[in-house]
Design a protein around this ligand. Structure first.
Ligand SMILES: Cc1cc2nc3c(=O)[nH]c(=O)nc-3n(C[C@H](O)[C@H](O)[C@H](O)COP(=O)(O)OP(=O)(O)OC[C@H]3O[C@@H](n4cnc5c(N)ncnc54)[C@H](O)[C@@H]3O)c2cc1C
Ligand SMILES: *[C@@H]1O[C@H](CO)[C@@H](O)[C@H](O)[C@H]1NC(C)=O
Ligand SMILES: *[C@@H]1O[C@H](CO)[C@@H](O)[C@H](O)[C@H]1NC(C)=O
Ligand SMILES: *[C@@H]1O[C@H](CO)[C@@H](O)[C@H](O)[C@H]1NC(C)=O
Ligand SMILES: *[C@@H]1O[C@H](CO)[C@@H](O)[C@H](O)[C@H]1NC(C)=O
Ligand SMILES: CC(=O)N[C@H]1CO[C@H](CO)[C@@H](O)[C@@H]1O
Length: 651
């Protein structure tokens, strides 16, 4: 959760802590052409670049990154004394959406990474995975078109890549016993230098909050990263297991390998403006990559021999496609961009996690030590800094915010869940009803409407499954709780600004435009409010401060307390067949183009019940596997798939 408006602390001397990655920064040092160009040096992009340069020492890879190589501190590192939800961070893009007409015309505020490592260099470091049902539903829509698909993105298809993507280090038995951490080593197994770990510290109220959830009957799940995640979960952080510094893609997939990979080039502070098919034919690829220097404005083309991989994230990847003439024909025509390929799904299908909140007060708290309020004591802070600088690190600065959340299904949240499910099924059965919730400019696209109906039908299945979570409530310390709606039904858009196409895209979140989302927000809110009456909290004098026990307008309270973005925008270049309004196939190739894939969080068809960084890493790993296999089998030259009726990965 992020409080914007917080004055960001600039770390004096941060440059001393820069990772020692060296880079080809100068345009004059670039090669005349590259086998692969990866657009965006973020979470997925650096993962795929690392794997390709490792597998093919003779092939060259250029990563073009908008931001710089920057010191990337953790979300709660010295010199912060208050957890502000952002940290003393490296650079990011700041977005404000158009007003949300269904929620008091308020905009969504969100950030996105703008540094080597992308959002993994600035995020909240909460490192969970979706449930198996999320991935099975993803695969169901990805493979439901008329063309057979070679790859599978169900749980069994992606789980090996989740395992490969991270090295989890268990806590010492002493630490595990002190806090009650549980885990299952068999769901991990990587040796890659992307790390996760449990901190050797928790604030004193943390166990009290856990007990309150247990009072509500939420079961404890020993390991939530193995596909079954309903219940009370322990979630590791994106931390190095010894220093507890932030672990991110810039370190693990660039800095860690750079000196051994002469074929891995990086240029920073450059914006990819578009890809260009020289004779306007998207079947004659790969395209050129047009790049603009953010230092001197110089514009140049990079020639690509095998393929272009778009990894600029859910807000920038669709913008690059639209600037390239690949997107909704109507929109591109009004924006004055020559059409290269009509794909109405590009920049459509925008989703994010959102939800209302409550605040309790413990009027008779008893002893909740250690408490974050002690960070106002200089001696306590001095100890904390010394602990963080010790090897191994100890103390409060090893925390990144939250290591816990409850994940509960809709049938467990409300006995009225069947009414909600019936409404969704009715929407899924009617073109006119389903399309009435879509943005006007794609209501008229039959493929988009068909695809949305298919999504609604799969989401009804997910939301009625008693083991598939509908709500997440993360917690660490304190008594402000947010009910995250994991599977929203409303759909928004990302569109370039026709008057300034190279600037940040315009976001229309359209939160709550499918009214069933409000039924779900309300059910979640009512469920979460039950916390106040648990024995554990009552013993400590719990009272509800917001919305307050006398509230009669709970819908108003939902809108008043809405967090529009938990910084998980996704799904804007969805892995959905073209006849259902999608943008990429299961091989991640953009429909109707050659030499162009999308490898980032944009490819999700809908949100999983998880924060997204682990999924972004896993997408990068699986993408690399697909590309490496195709290139190895299909031969020396280009990774062009000529296959028509593909069953397996034909060339
Ligand atoms: C503030 C914040 C908090 C979050 N908290 C968590 C959390 O606690 N846990 C979790 O799991 N997930 C969290 N997330 C989400 C998660 O980090 C992201 O979903 C994920 O990292 C996205 O990966 P990606 O590869 O799709 O894009 P990114 O990692 O964002 O990478 C995209 C890269 O492309 C670059 N780029 C953009 N446009 C261009 C261009 N035109 N040319 C060249 N380069 C370009 C960007 O600078 C960036 O480096 C958070 C995200 C944010 C922003
Ligand atoms: C949901 O309810 C069922 C039936 O009461 C119970 O067995 C299960 O543990 C509950 N799930 C969670 C996450 O608490
Ligand atoms: C890049 O190549 C395209 C196609 O040949 C051309 O139209 C465009 O002007 C080139 N851009 C630059 C900056 O040279
Ligand atoms: C919480 O309760 C305490 C003890 O009654 C009180 O002093 C404090 O002001 C309350 N805080 C809020 C935010 O209401
Ligand atoms: C808590 O319990 C009180 C007393 O029984 C009741 O009036 C109130 O509605 C309950 N609150 C919630 C949110 O369940
Ligand atoms: C290709 C490349 O950027 N290589 C650099 C990797 O890092 C070393 C040392 O840090 C540099 O000397 C290389 O130029």
């Amino acid at each position: 959760m992020v409080r914007l408006g917080v004055v960001l602390v600039c770390l004096a001397g941060a440059a001393n802590a820069l990772p020692k990655a060296a880079i080809r920064r100068q345009v004059s040092q670039l090669r005349t052409s590259y086998d692969f160009v990866v657009v965006g040096g973020g979470t997925s992009g650096l993962t795929v670049a690392d794997r390709l340069t490792e597998a093919f020492p003779q092939k060259t890879v250029l990563v073009v990154e908008y931001g710089d190589i920057e010191f990337a501190p953790g979300i709660f590192d010295p010199p912060l004394t208050v957890w502000n939800g952002i940290g003393a961070s490296a650079s990011y893009f700041i977005y404000q959406s158009l007003p949300n007409t269904e929620v008091q015309n308020k905009p969504a505020f969100l950030l996105a990474g703008k540094a080597l490592g992308g959002s993994s260099a600035i995020n909240g470091m909460f490192f969970d995975r979706g449930s198996r049902f999320d991935h099975d539903a993803w695969n169901a829509i990805a493979t439901s078109g008329s063309t057979p698909q070679a790859e599978h993105w169900d749980w069994n298809g992606i789980f090996p890549f989740f395992k490969k993507s991270v090295t989890f280090t268990p806590p010492t038995s002493n630490v595990a016993q002190t806090y009650g951490y549980t885990w299952d080593d068999s769901v991990y197994g990587g040796s890659t230098p992307i790390y996760s770990a449990f901190p050797p510290y928790q604030w004193g109220d943390h166990s009290v909050i856990r007990n309150a959830w247990k009072d509500l009957g939420v079961k404890q799940t020993a390991e939530c990263a193995g596909g079954n995640k309903d219940g009370l979960c322990w979630v590791p952080g994106s931390n190095h297991p010894v220093t507890f510094a932030r672990s991110h893609a810039g370190l693990g997939h660039y800095e860690a390998v750079n000196t051994t990979r002469p074929n891995y080039d990086l240029i920073v502070k450059h914006q990819v403006t578009r890809v260009v098919y020289p004779n306007g034919n998207p079947n004659d690829g790969p395209p050129l990559v047009e790049v603009k220097s953010l230092v001197d404005g110089h514009l140049f083309n990079v020639t690509v021999d095998a393929e272009v991989i778009l990894s600029a994230g859910a807000l920038s990847t669709p913008a690059i496609l639209q600037r390239s003439g690949i997107g909704p024909a109507n929109f591109l025509s009004t924006a004055g961009i020559p059409l290269v390929r009509d794909l109405p799904g590009v920049g459509s299908n925008l989703q994010d996690h959102s939800g209302p909140g409550i605040e309790l007060n413990l009027t008779n708290p008893g002893n909740l030590s250690p408490s974050p309020s002690e960070m106002s004591n200089p001696d306590f802070v001095a100890d904390a800094v010394a602990g963080f600088n010790s090897i191994p690190a100890t103390g409060p600065y090893t925390l990144s915010g939250s290591n816990s959340a409850v994940f509960v299904s809709l049938p467990n949240v409300t006995s009225a869940y069947q009414t909600i499910i019936s409404k969704i099924r009715a929407q899924a059965a009617s073109d006119s009803v389903a399309s009435s919730f879509l943005p006007p400019d794609y209501r008229t696209s039959p493929s988009m409407v068909r695809g949305y109906k298919r999504q609604l039908s799969l989401l009804a299945d997910l939301l009625s499954n008693p083991q598939s979570p509908s709500i997440e409530v993360p917690f660490g310390t304190g008594t402000v709780f947010k009910a995250v709606h994991l599977h929203p039904l409303s759909r928004g858009t990302v569109r370039i600004d026709p008057s300034s196409p190279l600037s940040q895209a315009i976001l229309d979140y359209r939160t709550g435009t499918n009214p069933v989302d409000f039924d779900i927000y309300l059910a979640h809110m009512e469920y979460m409010r039950k916390l106040v009456n648990t024995t554990t909290f009552q013993q400590r004098g719990a009272v509800e401060i917001a919305p307050g026990p006398a509230t009669t307008d709970l819908l108003g309270a939902v809108k008043d307390s809405m967090t529009f973005s938990f910084m998980h925008p996704c799904c804007t270049a969805a892995m959905i067949p073209e006849d259902l309004g999608g943008v990429v196939g299961t091989d991640l190739k953009v429909h109707g183009t050659e030499g162009l894939r999308v490898v980032d969080i944009s490819v999700l068809p809908f949100l999983p019940g998880a924060h997204l960084s682990s999924t972004a890493y896993a997408i990068g790993e699986k993408a690399a596997d697909i590309i490496i296999e195709e290139l190895s089998r299909c031969g020396k030259g280009k990774a062009k798939a000529k296959g028509k009726g593909k069953g397996r990965r034909d060339c």
